[in-house]
Design a protein around this ligand. Structure first.
Ligand SMILES: [Zn+2]
Length: 106
């Protein structure tokens, strides 16, 4: 498996999008890893890009509403399976992209 993933990053408030590579993290206990197939960009992401959200540190990778497939399970995960389609909405996304409470996609 590829050990790197692509991400669109903002390096500074008001900066341009930059395509970067990051190491693919392993999910921790109670977490799943989702291979993102689609990512929404909402108004709060626009605020992040333009530096209008107070207290943020940069660089940042906006885009917290995603759909994809689970491609790795952390320890103690029993309710999810590899290959399962999931979506992550805004309520969970600020907590973590890899939250096990992601909703199954239909
Ligand atoms: Zn949003």
């Amino acid at each position: 498996m590829n050990s790197k993933m692509k991400a669109a990053q903002i390096s500074k408030p008001g900066g341009d999008w930059e395509l970067i590579e990051r190491d693919i993290p392993d999910p921790g206990a109670g977490q799943v890893r989702v291979k993102v197939e689609a990512c929404g960009i909402c108004h709060s992401d626009a605020l992040v890009k333009e530096g209008l959200w107070p207290g943020l540190q940069y660089p940042r990778v906006p885009g917290h509403e995603i759909a994809g497939r689970i491609d790795a399970l952390g320890d103690n995960v029993t309710a999810w399976t590899i290959g399962q389609r999931v979506g992550v909405g805004w309520r969970l996304a600020w907590r973590t992209l890899f939250c096990v409470r992601a909703m199954p996609a239909r």
